[in-house]
Ligand binder design. Structure first.
Ligand code: GLC
Ligand code: CA
Length: 611
């Protein structure tokens, strides 16, 4: 067997190889919606395996795999009935290990969704726990005689659940659940439960996962007099898992799904001893707000409230995911505004958010999609792309709950969008079929053939990003501009010149990657040339400084920008996509004209030499 291209860390002295996640672009995959290899209407592991060529061609570094465990599927698989297996519809553990091995050979990592807070009520642990008050698992869940305990705890699915307590007839007690009433919460006060979860983590690390997305991280513990979120006990438990990973599985990562204010979420980094990554939930709705208000303030305000990440940590930033576009982290007034702008039809609302995909949210405006991606790819944090959004796929708001955004991936204009050869009626969900977003109009095959497609644009941007490691690890410095519609910042810092773990083991090879047939249909994006730029000094051996100026016009009209770039006097901004040198920065405000929703990335080159 050939050696994997992925430098899986072996526990050497250097921390760098373990920091791959700071440079990674993540891609979120709904297994049942991605590709159906055996034509039973349900996407599966072998199907995903067949599409690794595509994902490698696209240039993503890590896949976040949504739950694949056995489940009654009443909450998209987040209602798990066996933590140690793969749902038969998706394949076998063998299929999974083969997928992970092959992915690692290609330099692609895999992060599993880990649901630790609750199980399905069909899980044998719960079946036993509810059967009596004195069985061996009686304390594995959270039981109470009345439903009045912890009144401060909020209800997450407000439109469906009335209480976090549900009565159980057999046991004659209430059980606690933060989500659906068919998802009882595990009792972390019981050390047996905590130990079982650590065993589960080890099991999947042994299988070969490179880390976990920690589902519903804030809710593990409850305590009287609190809202039962972000409790110190919960942080302690996550740190225990981190310790286990650091000691025995270095280089594997934890990504927290903690929906809260920046300061609360930042606690999940601990002192660099808890989660490696946390989703930046409050930033996401403010990106949508900024482009409708045509003002940068929603973004700059939330960034100014965002604490520095500890060394070795990173935000994860995203536009959409498999859930509703949550509006939990905005004020009531802002929520009303976002609903009125983005959910004009009540059927678009889901829980406390909006059940639509990126493209329909933006009224199909490609310029706006490019602008938002330009932000996500250049703001501090690792970008996370939701499957199908690289095509600007549509949604189906007439499907229940969050199925509106979980329809089959659109591969081609063939039957069922090329997702499956099963009969239409057998598909897990109907594909989008409308004239605007249906597979006839939006699919991978067509976009691969069209070099001007959104798919090619995004792929090209990922190539550019990889050539600028400072976008992963650099600091962000706001650039003053009197025009409120313009958001400009410089990402700068020291990056390693030729460290394969920084530019990625794939840096040199990705652009010429064979394999995905679609690649042959369009010209490859411009070669990723890394130019020594910024202040230019190679201060440490193999290290150099890099600085990238990113300018965004959040308005639908053309805008002038006068940027305060005094710190960079004498530098030449070299536009990244075309390598065109712009006028040298002087001590006057730097003037640019920006197209509607325009964005520009410049490397600040001291020499002024275009590559
Ligand atoms: C997370 C998941 C969501 C699920 C919930 C309960 O928020 O993203 O899809 O419904 O947890 O498990
Ligand atoms: Ca299948």
């Amino acid at each position: 067997m050939s050696t994997p291209r992925l430098p899986l860390p072996t526990g050497g002295d250097s921390a760098e190889p373990r920091r791959w996640f700071q440079h990674a672009v993540f891609y979120e995959v709904l297994l049942r919606g991605f590709y159906d290899s055996n034509n039973d209407g349900i996407g599966d592991i072998r199907g995903l395996h067949e599409k690794l060529d595509y994902l490698q061609w696209l240039g993503v570094d890590a896949i976040w795999l949504l739950p694949f465990y056995p489940s009654p599927m009443r909450d998209g698989g987040y209602d798990i009935s066996d933590f140690f297996n793969v749902a038969p519809d998706y394949g076998t553990l063998g299929d999974l290990t083969r997928l992970l091995d092959d992915a690692h050979h290609r330099g692609i990592r895999f992060v599993a969704d880990l649901v630790m807070n609750h199980t399905s009520d069909a899980h044998p642990w719960f079946v036993e726990s509810r059967s009596s008050r004195d069985n061996p698992k009686s304390d594995w869940y959270v039981w109470n005689d009345d439903d009045q305990r912890w009144p401060q705890a909020r209800i997450v699915f407000t439109d469906v659940e009335r209480s976090n307590w549900t009565w159980d007839d057999t046991r004659q007690q209430y059980f606690w659940h933060r989500f659906y009433s068919h998802q009882p919460d595990l009792n972390y006060e019981n050390p047996e439960v905590a130990d079982a979860m650590v065993e589960m983590v080890k099991f999947w690390l042994e299988i070969g996962f490179d880390g976990f997305r920690l589902d519903a991280a804030p809710y593990l513990f409850q305590r009287d007099g609190t809202a039962g979120e972000h409790l110190p006990e919960t942080h302690e438990f996550i740190k225990r898992i981190r310790k286990e990973m650091d000691s025995n599985y270095p280089g594997r990562v934890l990504l927290a799904e903690a929906n809260g204010w920046p300061a609360d979420v930042a606690d999940y980094f601990g002192d660099g001893d808890e989660c490696h990554l946390c989703f930046h939930f409050p930033l996401m709705p403010r990106l949508y707000m900024a482009v409708r208000k045509e003002q940068r303030y929603p973004i700059t305000e939330i960034l100014s409230q965002t604490p520095e990440t500890p060394d070795g940590c990173q935000w994860a930033i995203f536009l959409r995911n498999h859930d509703e576009l949550t509006l939990e982290q905005v004020s009531e007034e802002e929520r009303d505004y976002l609903f009125s702008e983005y959910a004009k039809d009540d059927r678009m609302k889901r829980h406390m958010g909006i059940g639509r995909r990126l493209a329909p949210l933006l009224d199909g405006d490609r310029r706006l999609a490019e602008l938002l991606y330009s932000l996500v790819l250049s703001l501090p944090g690792s970008p996370v792309i939701y499957y199908g959004d690289e095509l600007l796929m549509g949604d189906n708001i007439y499907l229940g709950d969050r199925d509106s955004v979980r329809t089959p991936m659109q591969w081609s204009p063939d039957r069922n969008g090329g997702f499956s050869k099963a009969d239409f009626a057998q598909l897990y969900l109907p594909p989008v079929m409308d004239a605007v977003y249906g597979a006839d109009a939006v699919n991978v095959e067509a976009q691969c053939r069209n070099p001007g497609s959104f798919l090619h644009w995004l792929r090209g941007m990922l190539v550019q990003r990889r050539a600028m490691p400072v976008l992963g690890v650099g600091t962000m410095e706001p650039v003053t501009c009197p025009n409120p519609s313009v958001l400009a910042y410089v990402r700068s810092g020291t990056v390693a010149d030729a460290d394969p773990t920084i530019v990625g083991p794939w840096g040199a090879t990705r652009a010429t990657e064979p394999g995905f047939a679609g690649g042959a249909w369009g010209p490859p994006p411009a070669a990723p040339t890394v130019v020594p730029v910024g202040r230019g000094e190679h201060d440490l051996a193999g290290q150099r400084t890099q600085a990238v100026l990113c300018v965004h016009n959040l308005s639908r009209f053309a805008q002038p920008a006068e940027l305060a770039l005094a710190r960079w006097v004498g530098c030449t901004p070299v536009e990244v996509l075309g390598r065109v040198p712009f006028p040298i920065v002087s001590d006057e405000p730097y003037a640019l004209s920006l197209a509607p929703y325009g964005y520009l990335w410049f490397e600040l080159s001291e020499s002024g030499e275009p590559a």
